[in-house]
Design a binder for this molecule. Structure first.
Ligand code: PNS
Length: 164
């Protein structure tokens, strides 16, 4: 059986929490497609193409993982690529309400597509892309929270004029 799971998200940028979850998830599926949403309203820090590149570099060597982007409804994309599962992470109980709403809405649109929740390592339970962006923007160091290529990308995005 070829079990394909899709791990959708914004990934702006990918964090070690996302990678921890993808690494746990990929052991339980034949293929894990990490899918970055393209048609987002909010102003992202990194373009979709930059986020794809950062994610692809970060998952190098994980041979059953691919990184793609998608437009429109997740359920339509999942159907198109033959995914039977959606993988999402739950860091804390506060994630649950939003995640349950999405899971039930997705089920209403595509009943055979199951949402699977996994819990990342507790050392990443407070990590979010939003906080990583904020810390980096204000000159803090998110070094242990994101992969090295993202540390570099954030440093170059927020390099202060006049600073080496
Ligand atoms: O990383 P995020 O921002 O929590 O990811 C949210 C995402 C991309 C999974 C969600 O917004 C999504 O699936 N968007 C695609 C459009 C869609 O299908 N909307 C209905 C969801 S019930």
């Amino acid at each position: 059986m070829n079990r394909i799971a899709v791990y959708p998200g914004t990934f702006d940028p990918v964090t070690n929490g996302h990678l921890d979850l993808a690494d746990r998830g990929r052991r339980h599926f034949d293929r894990l497609i990490i899918a970055i949403l393209r048609n987002e309203g909010k102003e992202p820090l990194f373009t979709v193409d930059e986020r794809i590149e950062l994610l692809r570099e970060a998952v190098t060597g994980w041979d059953n993982v691919v990184v793609e982007s998608f437009d429109g409804l997740l359920v339509d994309y999942a159907r198109r690529i033959g995914a039977s599962m959606i993988l999402r992470g739950i860091r804390a109980v506060t994630d649950l309400e939003y995640e349950m709403q999405m899971a039930m809405m997705n089920r209403r649109m595509y009943d055979a597509l199951e949402t699977v929740f996994m819990v990342p390592s507790e050392k990443y339970s407070y990590v979010s892309s939003r906080l990583v962006r904020e810390v980096a923007r204000l000159g803090g160091s998110p070094d242990d929270l994101v992969p090295p290529n993202v540390v570099r990308a954030l440093a170059s995005r927020f390099r202060r004029p006049g600073k080496a």
